[in-house]
Structure formats: structure tokens, C-alpha cells
Design a protein around this ligand. Structure first.
Ligand code: ADP
Length: 605
């Protein structure tokens, strides 16, 4: 597992650095939100005090203050309505500007975050991708980038605005009527209590639902990608009951949330409504019985409007913790990948190196995926340029691990690997990997045309070179039979290819790359005997004049190897040519006997 750079900075603050070029935009967004909040604050005043008390209450003094005649109430009414309309229109305008500004930032920052993650994935060693926990991380990164960005363009400005609205509303309320303002706040402690006591539990339930949903998605994904295996082993019923189990826990989590959420909202709304009711009843009492209080209907309407306006910020603030912790989680996941330090790193001082012969030497190599559990012990091997080295051993002996060390997918914990006498740890990745090609049973076809797939390692190859490689790999005929020949789209969303066809494409890819060193890791393991024979021919061409390390389940294919290395339990236990090892009557001989018998039973040899 790759290490992580120790960092003590809160990931959310690190995300801010991505917004540096957009600080002005962010300030403008905040101003828009504040302007909207200010306009919202004006509305209850226009509605209650001005419209109800001054215009409907026929306050002629107020009209003269506006420079109108003392009886021009209809004109006054028109002006108030216009002002009210104006506040709504302005508010919509600010909303639009804010939306446009956000839209101009979000895609840029999201794209930057995603490309930072993707670049980091390219740098990381294979061990990072083998960690299942990280596998889960990858799939979520895309939505994480969206979530964390919208926190800054949407949630944060709204949070600031809501705090502003809350404070401004309180100030206005207290300046209008201290008693009513105090009354409307008497429910505030209850609201805080509900938020602090009940909300964490609700938050916890959201977490449970998220986990249940993830399990369900993994189960669905497994069943889609592994549909053949599920059917082949008749596991449909078992899978259905496993799905039911996850589905059930998802349902339970969902129901708990609904129940608890309803309770939370019922209590919350009750506390809010109770404060509205208190204001209305005491306000009405002041109007009816205490004329000395100076309370008027319009003022009460204005006041009630402000009490209602307090709800928005309170609701938002009660959820702000959730937004914050959701975004923090997302930011953490993003930086977990961005900060991961690859196990295998290129030396800064590595100078260009041209591999001439392709001589390979392993000296006292010891390696374990977990350094405390070695998979390979003290391996010593050498192959001259152009030789073919066959690697033989039982499944799990460490053969694939051995060859993956040669292209530096992992670094050995002890010992060194030399190519043409130079330690591969001192070479640049590009020099090393340009000269090593691997054909394994895991063929990967990228989304693209057949030609692009063959030219994967040499995008500059001409069509003639691609066709030549395909012909040598016995792939030309089946490619020509595809709907668009070399331009047929293949890969996850394209034309499906058989195992043998995919294998021949990967051989063509290796032929075109023209490497000095070739690694064949069970290259024909996943194809039938007929196809294997066809592929074998292409392989014979491919191995010519290259140093080849070949792992094959069929020992007969390694008969012509210059040297065979038998590995058992991560150690080299026998080396020699096919004839020598047969004579020796050791492990190789036993494996050969077993295989000959098994094949004879099938009538294949
Ligand atoms: P072979 O190719 O001979 O079948 P491998 O080299 O694939 O054997 O595996 C050797 C040992 O290393 C096995 O015990 C296997 O379980 C373990 N192993 C292989 N790949 C990994 C990995 N990515 N992480 C941890 N252990 C692994």
C-alpha cells in the first residue's frame, strides 16, 4: 500500500486553494446572496408597516413625507406595489447573476479536482489499486468533487447570508418592538435543544443508509459484471437472497430516517409555529387592550413576517453541520488519492538509457506484497539477450510476481534487478517500459477503434505498420471481418471480441511496440486449444530476437526455452533445459508427468 504524505491542514482549507483564480467570482456570489437577503428583509416592512399601516391606514402625513398630496392614497398604493414588485424582480435578477457566476466556477474547479485525482492515479503504483478500500474510493471521487465544490459556491455563501439574515432580522425585530422580539425568541432554546440533541442521531442514520446503499450497489455491480459466473455456478438464488438481505437493511435504514426525520421536523416546526402564534396572540392583545403600546395591525404583520423569515436561517443552520461534514468527508477522500505517495518512484537523477541486448539478471531478490510476508525469497536468475526463459511452477508459486518485478510494477525489498548490467531502479520509467511488453491472460481492450488499440503504446504508428503487426499476430483476418474493419469501435461500449481475438490484439500491440524484452504471462491460458494453436504461431514470431520470460500452463509450449526455472513457494528449486530437468526427475518432471496424463485423459496429446 502506498504511503500517504502526512498533512495536518484541514482538507476543506486545501480545497480553497483551487478557488484562488475565482476569488472575485466568489465575492460577487456572496454579494448577490447578501443583496437577495437584504431585499427579503425589506418585504415584510413594505407589506406590513407601509402597505397596511400607512396606505390602508390612510396615514396622510406619510404621503406628504413622500412628496405626494395628502389624499393620493391610490398613487401611494401603486408606488408601494411597484416597490414590492421591484424587490422581487431585483431578487430574481441577483439570483440569476449568482447562478451564472456559480456555473462559471463549478465546472472549472470540478474539472481541476478530477484531473488532479486522475494524474495522481497515473503516478501511483499497482499496490494502491489492489487495496479494496481504495477501489471504493475511486468510484466516489467523481461525485465527491461535485459535492465539495458546491459547498464553496453554494453552501458557504448561503451560510454567511443566513447568518447575516438572522442577525439583521433580530436587530430589526428588537428595534420594532422589544417585547414581541423577546417573545419570538423564547422558543429559540427549544430549537437549539432539538438541533443539538436530535440532529446527531439523524446524521448517524444518514451514514447507515449510505453504507447500506453502497453494499447494495456493490452487489448489483458484482452481479452485472459476474453474471456469467453466477449462472455458471447456479448461484442465482443465493445472490437473490443476499440482495434481499442488503435491500432489507437499506429499507430499514430508510424507514428509520423517515421516522426520525418526521419527528425532528414535527418538533422543529412546532417550536417555530409556537413562536409565530405567541407573537400573533400577544400582538393582538397589545392592539386590543394596550393601546398605549403603540402596536398597529401593520406593525404586527411586519413583525410576523420577520418571525417567519427567521425560519429560513434556522432551518439552514440546523443542517449546516451535515453539509460541512459531508463535504469534509468528500475532501478527505479526494486528498487521500491526491496525497498518496507511490511505492515505486523514478529516481530524480535517472539518465536516459538505451537497452541494447536485453540481458536480465536478478540478484538475491526478495519481495512480498506485505513486506513482512515474502512471496519471493532470494531469487537469483539470469537470461542472456534474445534467450527464452520458461518459468514453471504450481499456481501461487510466485511466477507472475517475479515477472511484474522486472517491469518495476513493484520494487523488491531486497536484492536488485539488472537489465544490460544496469539496476532498473536507476532507469527512467519511460526507458524501461518502452522496452518491455507484456502479454498476459488479462487482456485489456480500451474504448476506441481496433487500430487505436493495437497502436496503444505507439500512437504515432502508421496504418501500414498496424496492419503488418495484426497480420503477424494472425489478427488481420478477423479484423477485416468486423463491421468497420480496423475502424470498428471496441471496448466496454463497443463491438464485443472473443477471448482469442482479444489475445491476438494484445499480441499485435506487443509486436508493434517492438520491445527488447517480452513477458508472456499465461498468454494462452484463457483460450481454447484451436485458438491456442493459432496464437502459438503468432507468439513464435513475437519471441524472435527478444529476451523472453514465459509463464505457461502448458509445459509443452516451453519445451524450446533456452532455460527453464522451476519456482516453488517463492524459491527457485530447479533450473536447466527441458531435457536436463526431465533427466533430473525432480519437480519439473513430476509436473510434466501430471500434465501429460491429464492431457492424455482428455485425448489432447
Ligand atoms: P503464480 O503466478 O505463480 O500463480 P502469483 O505470483 O500470482 O503466483 O502469486 C504468488 C503469491 O502472492 C500468492 O500467494 C498470491 O496470493 C500472492 N499475491 C499475488 N498478487 C497479490 C497482490 N496483489 N497482493 C497481495 N498478494 C498477492
Amino acid at each position: 500500500m502506498d504511503n500517504r504524505k502526512p498533512t495536518h491542514i484541514n482538507p476543506m482549507f486545501r480545497i480553497i486553494t483551487y478557488f484562488k483564480p475565482y476569488i472575485l467570482h466568489l465575492c460577487l456570489i456572496l454579494l448577490c446572496y447578501l443583496a437577495i437577503a437584504g431585499l427579503n428583509l425589506a418585504w415584510p416592512y413594505l407589506n406590513g408597516t407601509v402597505l397596511t399601516d400607512k396606505i390602508l391606514g390612510r396615514d396622510s402625513g406619510y404621503l406628504t413625507e413622500w412628496g405626494l398630496g395628502s389624499d393620493q392614497f391610490i398613487l401611494g398604493l401603486g408606488l408601494v406595489v411597484l416597490a414590492m414588485l421591484g424587490t422581487k424582480l431585483l431578487s430574481l435578477l441577483f439570483q440569476m447573476v449568482q447562478g451564472i457566476l456559480s456555473a462559471s466556477i463549478v465546472p472549472n474547479v470540478v474539472a481541476q479536482l478530477k484531473s488532479a485525482v486522475f494524474q495522481s492515479m497515473g503516478r501511483l503504483s499497482l499496490s494502491f489499486f489492489h487495496s479494496s478500500q481504495t477501489g471504493g474510493l475511486m468510484t466516489r471521487v467523481l461525485s465527491d468533487a461535485d459535492r465539495v465544490t458546491s459547498f464553496f459556491t453554494d453552501i458557504l455563501p448561503r451560510l454567511i447570508t443566513n447568518l447575516f439574515t438572522f442577525a439583521a432580522t433580530l436587530i430589526i425585530m428588537f428595534s420594532l418592538n422589544v417585547k414581541l422580539a423577546a417573545l419570538s425568541l423564547c422558543m429559540l432554546p427549544l430549537l437549539l435543544f432539538i438541533s443539538i440533541k436530535l440532529f446527531p442521531a439523524l446524521f448517524h442514520m444518514f451514514g447507515s443508509r449510505h453504507r447500506a446503499e453502497r453494499n447494495l450497489n456493490i452487489q448489483i455491480n458484482d452481479n452485472i459484471t459476474g453474471a456469467r459466473v453466477v449462472r455458471a455456478f447456479g448461484q442465482e438464488q443465493a445472490e437473490i437472497s443476499r440482495f434481499d438481505q442488503y435491500n432489507q437493511s437499506m429499507r430499514t435504514a430508510e424507514m428509520n430516517i423517515v421516522k426520525y426525520d418526521s419527528l425532528f421536523h414535527a418538533l422543529y416546526t412546532f417550536a417555530q409555529e409556537a413562536s409565530s402564534l405567541l407573537v400573533w396572540s400577544f400582538g393582538a392583545y397589545f392592539i386590543l387592550c394596550a393601546s398605549s403600546s403603540g402596536m398597529k395591525l401593520g406593525l404586527l404583520i411586519t413583525f410576523a413576517g420577520y418571525v417567519t423569515q427567521l425560519k429560513g436561517p434556522l432551518d439552514f443552520l440546523s443542517q449546516a453541520i451535515r453539509f460541512w461534514s459531508d463535504s469534509l468527508n468528500s475532501a478527505e477522500r479526494i486528498f487521500e488519492i491526491i496525497d498518496a505517495v507511490p511505492d515505486v518512484v523514478e529516481k530524480k537523477e535517472a539518465s536516459p538509457f538505451i537497452i541494447q541486448n536485453g540481458t536480465i539478471e536478478l540478484r538475491h531478490v526478495t519481495f512480498g506484497y506485505d513486506p513482512s510476508i515474502p512471496v519471493l525469497h532470494d531469487i537469483n536468475l539470469s537470461a542472456q539477450g534474445g534467450q527464452m526463459l520458461g518459468i514453471v511452477g504450481r499456481s501461487g508459486a510466485g511466477k507472475s510476481t517475479l515477472v511484474s518485478l522486472i517491469s518495476r510494477l513493484y520494487d523488491p525489498q531486497q536484492g536488485e534487478i539488472l537489465i544490460d548490467g544496469t539496476n532498473i531502479a536507476d532507469m527512467r520509467f519511460c526507458d524501461l517500459r518502452r522496452n518491455i511488453a507484456m502479454v498476459s491472460q488479462e487482456t485489456y481492450i480500451f474504448m476506441g477503434t481496433v487500430a487505436e488499440n493495437i497502436a496503444y503504446a505507439c500512437p504515432e504508428a502508421s496504418r501500414a505498420q498496424i496492419i503488418r503487426a495484426a497480420k503477424l499476430a494472425s489478427a488481420h483476418d478477423f479484423i477485416c471481418a468486423l463491421p468497420d474493419g480496423y475502424d470498428t469501435i471496441i471496448g466496454s461500449a463497443g463491438h464485443a471480441l472473443s477471448g482469442g481475438e482479444r489475445q491476438r490484439l494484445s499480441i499485435a500491440r506487443a509486436i508493434l511496440a517492438d520491445p527488447k524484452i517480452l513477458i508472456l504471462d499465461e498468454a494462452t491460458a484463457s483460450v481454447d486449444t484451436e485458438t491456442e494453436k493459432a496464437i502459438q504461431k503468432s507468439l513464435e514470431y513475437l519471441v524472435k530476437n527478444r529476451t523472453t520470460l514465459s509463464i505457461a500452463h502448458r509445459l509443452s509450449t516451453l519445451r524450446n526455452a533456452d532455460m527453464l526455472v522451476v519456482i516453488d513457494g517463492g524459491r527457485v528449486i530447479e533450473t536447466g533445459t527441458h531435457e536436463e530437468l526431465k533427466e533430473k526427475k525432480g519437480t519439473y518432471y513430476k509436473l510434466l508427468e501430471l500434465q501429460t496424463k491429464a492431457l492424455a485423459m482428455k485425448g489432447l496429446e
